[in-house]
Ligand binder design. Structure first.
Ligand code: NAP
Length: 270
């Protein structure tokens, strides 16, 4: 029986990955669902149980190292193994750097704690178990972790940090047989941008990006799971994302123009 831990499993992409994994593996799967909203996690767990999966809900704030450690301890106590850890918990932010007051810069640190440190702490706590199963680590980064996105200095920084950390870790874990897959979604149709920080560190309440071509949550979750199953190094989503990555080396000005064009007019730098 496989045991998979998913952080940020109460909503969006994480919740959908849980449902899809439960449908694929049924009674052969133990799913550990972590996030802060326990009620929403229970609802996702009920959906996964309907497909036959065993579930454990662990209320976790990944911005606290002790809670990340406790998550893995509870997983081991209940299921005795970890075959995959999906570091998906994350928060967004939308603000031009020059609009952020000095006193408000604390949310930059908080975002780093959630997106970057949360992944580091969870991975560190799960690593001994993952080495035993020669398991898989997934890091859900973002295209903003490959290309700097205007209005997203904080978010891009957290996702670039994830990119570097997991690229180095991948090489370190080669001989241990633990795979590291970094996923780079583009714009996916979730509420993440509405919940993200604005310049003052309050919920933005709206998205600053044009979302007409947003990828569905179902497709994004499927692509990440397939990448994990194939032990791929990277899953770069969308043709634009794949192009931007290479174009950046040849014509960085063109990529900056593409990134600015993705912003709604009201949030563009003046
Ligand atoms: N949607 C996109 O367009 C997009 C694009 C690229 C990358 N991504 C990445 O994909 C991942 C999932 O995003 P999503 O779009 O599914 O967002 P979402 O719908 O807002 O879900 C985010 C999840 O992360 C959890 N979370 C947030 N802060 C947390 C904390 N401190 N501790 C534990 N869990 C926390 C939330 O649960 P609680 O609030 O219950 O804690 C929720 O389950 C994120 O890492 C995001 O950066 C998303």
């Amino acid at each position: 029986m496989k045991s998979i831990v998913i952080t940020g499993a109460s909503e969006g992409i994480g919740a959908e990955m849980a449902r899809q994994l439960a449908r694929r593996h049924g009674a052969q799967l133990s799913l550990v669902l972590a996030a802060r909203n326990e009620q929403a996690l229970q609802a996702v767990a009920t959906q996964c149980q309907a497909s036959g999966a065993a579930t454990l809900v662990v209320r976790t704030d990944v911005s606290e190292q002790a809670q990340c450690t406790a998550l893995m301890d509870r997983t081991m106590a209940r299921f005795g193994r970890i075959d995959a850890l999906i570091n998906n918990a994350g928060m967004s932010a939308q603000a031009l750097f020059s609009d952020v007051k000095a006193d408000d810069l604390g949310w930059y640190e908080q975002l780093m704690k959630i997106n970057f440190w949360g992944s580091v702490w969870c991975t560190h706590a799960a690593l001994p178990a993952l080495k035993t199963t020669r398991g898989s680590i997934v890091a859900v980064s973002s295209l903003a972790g490959l290309v700097g996105v205007p209005g997203r200095t904080a978010y891009s920084a957290t996702k670039f940090a994830m990119t570097g950390f997991f690229e180095a870790l991948r090489a370190e874990l080669k001989t241990a047989g633990v795979s590291v897959t970094t996923a780079y979604p583009g714009v996916v149709a979730t509420q993440i941008r509405h919940r993200g920080f604005n310049a003052a560190g309050a919920p933005a309440g709206a998205s600053g990006l044009k979302e007409d071509d947003a990828m569905s949550v179902e497709e994004c979750a499927r692509l990440i799971i397939e990448g994990m199953d194939r032990r791929e190094r990277e899953v770069v989503m969308t043709a634009k994302g794949k192009l931007a990555r290479w174009l950046k080396l040849l014509a960085p000005g063109a990529v900056e123009r593409m990134a600015l064009a993705a912003l709604k007019d009201e949030v563009k730098p003046r």
